[in-house]
Write a protein that binds this ligand. Structure first.
Ligand SMILES: Cc1cc2nc3c(=O)[nH]c(=O)nc-3n(C[C@H](O)[C@H](O)[C@H](O)COP(=O)(O)OP(=O)(O)OC[C@H]3O[C@@H](n4cnc5c(N)ncnc54)[C@H](O)[C@@H]3O)c2cc1C
Length: 427
């Protein structure tokens, strides 16, 4: 039986495996984590609204009924397209007849990788735990701080990047400060916390039409976020963020910084031997193959795919649709049938801003506010993987909506370093 190797069990890889469920192939699914992650709700874990199992599920469990799949938890370190083999982190190699590379993307610090330690980005569960720890610990340190200036630095949260993730993070951080923590501290007033959203271009949510982006800005400001557009970050350290805007260089004293400004494709794309674009994405044919290798498919965030002459956005529906086409084209090739070309179907875009605030674009319809927020809730619960996850998320959200409380605020002991040992707490 032909051997299909799939690298990455995210949205694209999982869709491909499912498409191949009825095929006479042997599939090896390789992922460096043991879970499939619903990234659109990751910010909820980072802001203590949901626990990790609510938005993730073990890959073995998801694929347990699919008898033609073997799951391996391993890190793919290289791909040799000429030898038709992938290398794993322990030095072993796995041969394939057909390969689907669905390794997704990672953060980009635009050449300033030293900022990663100071301003973590949000991509994995580990990132979400780290951001959650920093946010919750900032309030703890502020409560223990006797110096007014340092206390205010702990109570200033900066989000860099006004795309969907930055907007979600900023809106939710305000909610934590204004509502969730109300009445829990004795020396500080959590409501005095500031949340600043810094965006380089002249508007937030730049992928949306200007009127919706303006609506998002109004809703964010109404929630209490300080939105600073046209501001390019030039320096980050443990105590401050510096940025340039129309008036020159500005300094913002802030000890908790979250990065949501840049995305780069998985470095695995580079080992395919084809030239990648500036974001590291791999150019693919309409059938989703790389040049010169019609048994190698690249899909999802890692692919620089085109549809109707336009670049396909790095979103989960596009990854799933590509996964299905790659799976079908493997079946077509085995059966000597004509291959299908990928055509992206855009069902719309949604971005949540905070409690009862969101924007939505579905076909020609654009709407914002409470109705968009309700629609956002419905869509995200609907697309979550697994019945159990839907129940957990719905009950946690209902609880949070009526009580303003967030259910995942426990900081595990290993994460709770004493202040003197915490690398994030400089004196
Ligand atoms: C915080 C956040 C919020 C988002 N919100 C939305 C949203 O609201 N709506 C939307 O449509 N899209 C959203 N996206 C984008 C969406 O999640 C991606 O477009 C989608 O996940 C891409 O799917 P993929 O299959 O290409 O990659 P992924 O889903 O990222 O999966 C890649 C998989 O590959 C594995 N992997 C990577 N490298 C290796 C390796 N070397 N070896 C083994 N395994 C490896 C990873 O562990 C992962 O499981 C969001 C993304 C993030 C980070």
């Amino acid at each position: 039986m032909p051997h299909v190797v799939i690298i990455g069990c995210g949205f694209g890889g999982l869709a491909a495996a499912r498409e191949l469920a009825d095929a006479d192939v042997r599939i090896t699914m390789i992922d460096r984590t043991n879970h499939h992650l619903f990234q659109p709700l990751l910010y909820q874990v980072a802001t203590a609204g949901l626990s990790a199992p609510a938005i993730s599920a073990p890959i073995r469990d998801i694929l347990s009924d699919q008898r033609n799949v073997t799951t391996l938890m391993a890190d793919v370190t290289a791909i040799d397209v000429d030898a038709r083999a992938v290398s794993l982190e322990d030095g072993s190699r796995i041969d394939y007849d057909h390969l689907i590379v669905a390794a997704g993307s990672t953060h980009s610090y635009f050449g300033r990788d030293d900022w990663a330690r100071l301003a973590p980005g949000l991509k994995t569960l580990a990132d979400a735990f780290e951001i959650r720890r920093r946010v919750l610990m900032a309030f703890e340190y502020a409560e223990r701080e006797s110096d007014d200036r340092r206390r205010q630095e702990w109570l200033t949260f900066t989000v860099i990047g006004g795309g969907a993730t930055g907007v979600e993070m900023a809106g939710t951080l305000v909610e934590i400060a204004r509502h969730t923590l109300r009445g829990e501290f004795r020396r500080i007033d959590p409501q005095s916390a500031r949340v600043v959203l810094i965006e380089g271009s002249d508007r937030i949510l730049g992928a949306y039409p200007a009127d919706l982006s303006e609506k998002a800005r109004e809703q964010l400001q109404a929630l209490g976020v300080d939105v600073r557009t046209g501001s390019r970050v030039v320096h980050i350290d443990e105590q401050c963020v510096r940025y340039t805007n129309f008036d020159g260089e500005q300094s913002l004293a802030s000890r908790t910084v979250v990065w949501s400004a840049g995305v780069a494709a998985s470095p695995l794309g580079k080992s395919l031997g084809v030239e990648t674009d500036r974001a590291g994405r791999v150019p693919v044919s309409p059938e989703l193959n790389i040049a010169g290798h019609d048994n190698v498919y690249v899909i999802g965030d890692l692919a620089a795919a085109q549809s109707d002459g336009k670049p396909v956005p790095g979103v989960s529906p596009a990854a799933k649709q590509m996964g299905r086409i790659a799976g079908r084209n493997i079946k077509n090739r085995i059966a000597n049938r004509a291959l299908e070309s990928f055509v992206y179907r855009d069902y719309g875009s949604l971005a949540t801003i905070g409690r009862r605030a969101a924007i939505a674009m579905v076909g020609k319809f654009k709407f914002s506010g409470f109705s968009a927020w309700l629609f956002w809730l419905f869509v995200h619960v609907y697309f979550l993987i697994g019945f159990r996850n839907r129940i957990i998320v719905m009950s946690d959200w209902a609880w949070a909506y009526f009580t303003f409380k967030r259910s995942a605020r426990v900081i595990p002991a290993t994460m709770h370093l004493p202040a003197s040992h915490d690398p994030d707490r400089p004196g």
